[in-house]
Design a protein around this ligand. Structure first.
Ligand code: FE2
Length: 315
């Protein structure tokens, strides 16, 4: 098999010349892994995919792990995390954006970030493609770091940022809340959705990628809460919040993003230690099924701290 790549719009690459039905030789596996580290986001189109092939292919990049939200794991293949729109879980994930009901929209995030030990990567396969909407966005946070000015880069070297797991989007401090209204059945507590309650997770604002050594801006808007002890870096809390707002504006720049419109036979693999992602969601009644396999994070990038009792969200 002769692989070559073409850049996707802005970030990531499409891998051409690959056929998942062919034997996965050691040389091919090494080549795929090198492409994954080089580009961070890889698209493969036109593949004859099924669950067994998805799992086997994903294992090239590391051992697989089960997601903590056990209610969404496939009973037959616990390595599969099933993302479904147009099914019985819609009411939990329907909210209003400028008056429009949208199912399953998610802001920029990294998977399992709230555990302090994000998975190394993940692979998505479209099982049922939405008639409209349902795009997945990917963003390159190594590129976002490189694009910062030198003074901001130096300032970030000393900073740590805290993320607070929360089911209520209105309580998140850095997502766009203009025009947002939660749906009547949105979960209030993690346990409403079968999630454990996670303590806050803390990361350096810039994380060195454990394999490639590249610096990655560890700023995503979902669950972002605060700078830890901003006074250590000579900042007031207001200044620290302003800095985070500017960084969130920075990671939202389209030049760091690729939005994927799903077609039959597509799979997208990303390096979750480097790339963030988001979903645009779908209108109610639109069916969309995506299966995800999750590649274990064998390095702890952050640390967890217990919330203080008076800081518990009032649910
Ligand atoms: Fe995700």
């Amino acid at each position: 098999m002769q692989l070559h790549t073409e850049p996707l719009q802005n970030v990531g690459a499409e891998v051409l010349g690959f056929d998942i039905r062919e034997p996965l030789t050691d040389a091919l596996k090494a080549e795929l892994k090198a492409l994954w580290y080089e580009h961070g986001i890889l698209l493969f189109r036109g593949q004859a995919l099924d669950t067994a092939r998805q799992i086997e292919f994903s294992r090239i990049f590391g051992p697989l792990e089960k997601h903590p939200l056990e209610t969404q794991l496939s009973a037959e293949h616990p390595e599969l995390f099933v993302l479904e729109n147009g099914g019985p879980r819609d009411k939990f994930q329907t909210a209003f954006y400028h008056g429009e009901a949208i199912v399953g929209r998610l802001d920029w995030h990294m998977d399992l970030h709230y555990t302090a030990r994000p998975n190394h990567g993940a692979l998505l396969r479209a099982v049922h493609i939405a008639d409209s909407g349902g795009e997945t966005g990917f963003g390159d946070l190594a590129l976002a770091y490189d694009a910062l000015d030198g003074e901001t880069q130096r300032r970030l070297e000393k900073l740590e940022v805290a993320y607070r797991f929360n089911m209520q989007r209105r309580k998140m401090r850095f997502v766009e809340l203009r025009g947002y209204e939660p749906g009547p059945d949105n979960p209030k507590r993690p346990s409403d959705m079968g999630f454990p309650d996670f303590p806050d997770s803390i990361y350096p604002a810039v994380v060195r990628h454990p394999v490639t050594g590249r610096k990655v801006l560890e700023i995503v808007e979902l669950f972002l809460d605060r700078v830890v002890e901003p006074e250590r870096a000579g900042l007031t809390e207001a200044e620290a919040d302003g800095l985070l707002r500017n960084l969130v504006e920075h990671i939202r720049k389209p030049e760091f993003h690729y939005f994927h419109k799903w077609r039959e036979g597509d799979m997208v693999l990303w390096d979750n230690w480097r790339a963030m992602h988001c979903t645009t969601g779908t209108r109610p009644g639109i069916r969309r099924v995506i299966n995800r396999t999750t590649i274990t994070g064998d390095v702890t990038l952050g640390r967890q701290v217990e919330k203080q009792p008076d800081e518990q969200p009032e649910n």
